[in-house]
Ligand binder design. Structure first.
Ligand SMILES: *Cc1c(COP(=O)(O)O)cnc(C)c1O
Length: 664
């Protein structure tokens, strides 16, 4: 991983840095378009309707919400963005259908597993009505959500996942409610259960078949296709299923072919191969006598998290329009030569619909670095007591030599390297002397502080990238920048709010949401509240690369420092866990109003401490009662004053009612 160049240490002034520089630095124009930008005040602003609507200042919004007692960390859901994504998806397919003269339609579904939150699914169903947008369920609980929320007889309800008899019978009976469930056969043995249930009930569901494609795939979810894939029927199984349905008189209900090549397809070539293969299977199924009518291309439509427009893991080498064009054109090419009518195209695009609409905002509680409280105790190059041990004095003189180096010195790089070699040697000597009892604790502290002061002075004197007068900077010196980088303590649990950053090294754009008119002078990463060294954010969007450190601002005493994590609307909430008993954050739903303001549609309070304790089967009242008894005993022994006992119980009772995060 390349180490980023630290911003020049001498440049802290505001006038040499513009909001455009920040937009470029954090890649906002690449991954944020058209929803996120920087305004003239140096704040991130949100255009929830893209280019077509108004803009909200994210910092003002957070302040307004904090004023309503909705503390950070805060998940802000922009329902306008969700609607806009739906519109864009449908517009892309409509354009492609017109361009290729496709004689069929597009009719999408939302895979509920991507974000099952009630207000999210309800919003999608309500906004999607005009296109008969449906839902995809992968379990009985998701099926229940889908069945009860969709009341449009034309909307599809795709039933995926493992299915038992009850799941199948539920789907069959739901047809009588005027719903349109399609039971997709994912495992070879499901056909027998469908046949049995249909006989039992005297009615059949719409039936789909999920094919296991042999096309290659790539990326994190590449194993979703191929002979070893968890789901789907092999071609021999497809044939056997068709014959079983025919024998049971159910072939007329076989309407849909489904495939899914895995989430976040990075390379459009993978999709094209899969589409060709699936298109041919579709044609063959119609030749076998199935009425068909629907081709479901699954999920996989990717998100350009790093804004690089490449086939890298955090990006895609295609646009939404390219995707729609390829689906439409390829399916047409498969059907036409055989005189097979083109199917209604279905996609189960989850990530592509739900990623943009939610923004997680958290505050920084403090920062720390190896420099600690600066060099006060070290005393700088000139300090030091008369009786200072030689080892410490050597380090002090090395620091003096570095600070005396002029920037224009032609040998400066060689001399900086030499000075760093000396500093490392003296530091090792100091550690050895401490172990042997020749240095006391304050002297060892001075040695460490002086070593890091040397490193800081060296970094400040390194040439900037692209400056002409110097040769390449030695790797060892470049690495010093990373070693000096700060840790910013975030009021957040990554296990709860961005679990994929930890579980599968997913990259999300992370950046300060204010002070963007100031040059960031620090490099740092984030450590979260959990007592787990994996609880950190240390992979950031670079210019087409992943960088381990992010450019950040020095904290100002008494002033909040607010960070946004973007594009996390898909999968993160449900995958999040209660590690260290940090629960869900407060969440709100925001809609733009015509006056240029916003409306707070829903408030979903974060888990309280009592709730997360109950989730682990603890009884908060019982825990309190035990502590009450313990304080009575302590009062009796004379170890605790009554007023302090009351204060203690107050804190405990109040904490139980509050969210699990730290308060300002
Ligand atoms: C997970 C899943 C999806 C959603 O995939 P995205 O990449 O988020 O669009 C769609 N269909 C099936 C069968 C899935 O398992």
């Amino acid at each position: 991983m390349p180490v980023v160049t630290a911003p020049s240490a001498s440049a802290g002034q505001r006038h040499d840095w513009s909001v455009a520089d920040s937009a470029e630095l954090y890649g906002l124009n690449r991954w944020g378009d058209p929803y996120f930008a920087v305004n003239a005040r140096g704040h991130v602003c949100v255009q929830p309707q893209g280019e077509r609507g108004g803009s909200l200042d994210l910092v003002d919004l957070v302040q307004g919400l904090e004023g309503r007692n909705l503390g950070l960390p805060l998940l802000i859901r922009f329902d306008d963005i969700l609607e806009d994504r739906l519109e864009r998806l449908h517009a892309a397919f409509e354009r492609a259908i017109a361009q290729y003269g496709y004689a069929g339609r597009y009719q999408g579904v939302f895979p509920v597993k991507c974000n099952q939150q009630r207000h999210v699914v309800e919003e999608l169903v309500a906004c999607g009505k005009r296109w008969h947008f449906g839902l995809e369920a992968g379990s009985k609980a998701e099926l229940l959500i889908a069945l009860s929320l969709i009341d449009d007889p034309e909307a599809l309800l795709i039933c995926n996942g493992y299915k038992d008899q009850r799941y199948i019978e539920t789907a069959i009976l739901a047809r009588r409610l005027g719903r349109q469930p399609v039971v997709v056969i994912e495992q070879a043995d499901e056909v027998e259960r469908i046949i049995a249930a249909s006989r039992e009930l005297g009615a059949a569901p719409f039936i789909g078949i999920r094919a296991k494609l042999s096309s290659r795939s790539t990326g994190r979810w590449g194993s979703s296709v191929g002979e070893k894939a968890k789901f789907g029927l092999s071609i021999p199984d497809v044939l056997a299923t068709v014959e079983a349905l025919r024998a049971a008189g159910l072939l007329d209900d076989l309407r849909l072919l489904h495939f899914h090549v895995g989430s976040q397809i990075n390379d459009i070539a993978v999709l094209k191969d899969a589409l060709q293969e699936a298109g041919q299977i579709y044609v063959e199924l119609t030749k076998l006598g199935a009425p068909m009518g629907f081709l479901d291309v699954g999920g996989g439509l990717g998100i350009d998290y790093d804004g690089s427009r490449t086939a890298s893991a955090a990006s895609t080498n295609y646009s939404l329009q390219n995707y729609a064009n390829d689906v439409v054109a390829t399916v047409r090419e498969c059907c036409e030569p055989h005189g097979v009518p083109v199917p209604t195209l279905v996609s189960e695009s989850g990530r592509a619909l739900a990623s943009h609409f939610s923004v997680l905002v958290f505050n920084v509680l403090g920062s720390g670095s190896v420099l600690g409280g600066g060099c006060a105790a070290g005393g700088g190059a000139a300090g030091g007591a008369a009786d200072e041990p030689l080892i410490v004095r050597n380090l002090r003189e090395t620091l003096g030599a570095i600070t005396a180096l002029g920037a224009g010195d032609p040998d400066s790089l060689a001399r900086l390297q030499e000075a760093w070699n000396d500093a490392i040697k003296f530091k090792d000597d100091a550690l050895a002397a401490f172990r042997l009892g020749y240095l006391n604790l304050p002297q060892r502290a001075a040695a460490e502080q002086l070593t890091w002061a040397c490193a800081e002075a060296i970094v400040a004197r390194l040439p900037q990238d692209g400056s002409p007068q110097n040769g390449p900077v030695p790797d060892e010196l470049k690495a010093l920048q990373a070693a000096l980088a700060g840790t910013y303590y975030a009021n957040l649990s990554v296990f709860r709010s961005a679990p994929d950053t930890w579980a599968i090294e997913q990259l999300f754009p992370v950046m300060p949401i204010h002070r963007l008119n100031e040059r960031p002078t620090q490099l740092g990463h984030f450590a979260d509240l959990t007592c787990d060294s994996d609880g950190k954010l240390a992979r950031f969007v670079g210019n087409g690369q992943v960088k381990p450190l992010l450019e950040l601002h020095a904290l100002r005493p008494g002033e909040p420092y607010l960070i946004g994590l973007f594009l996390g609307g898909a999968y993160q909430e449900v995958m999040g866990n209660l590690h260290n008993l940090f629960g869900s954050t407060n969440a709100v739903h925001i809609r733009l109003t015509s006056g240029g303001g916003y409306r707070l549609d829903h408030v979903v309070r974060g888990n309280t401490n009592a709730e997360v304790l109950e989730a682990m089967e603890h009884d908060p009242e019982l825990l309190l009662e035990r502590l009450r008894l313990a304080s009575e005993a302590a009062i009796g022994r004379g170890d605790l004053r009554i007023s302090d006992a009351r204060r203690l119980m107050d804190h405990l009772e109040t904490s139980l009612r509050q969210t699990t995060y730290l308060q300002n």
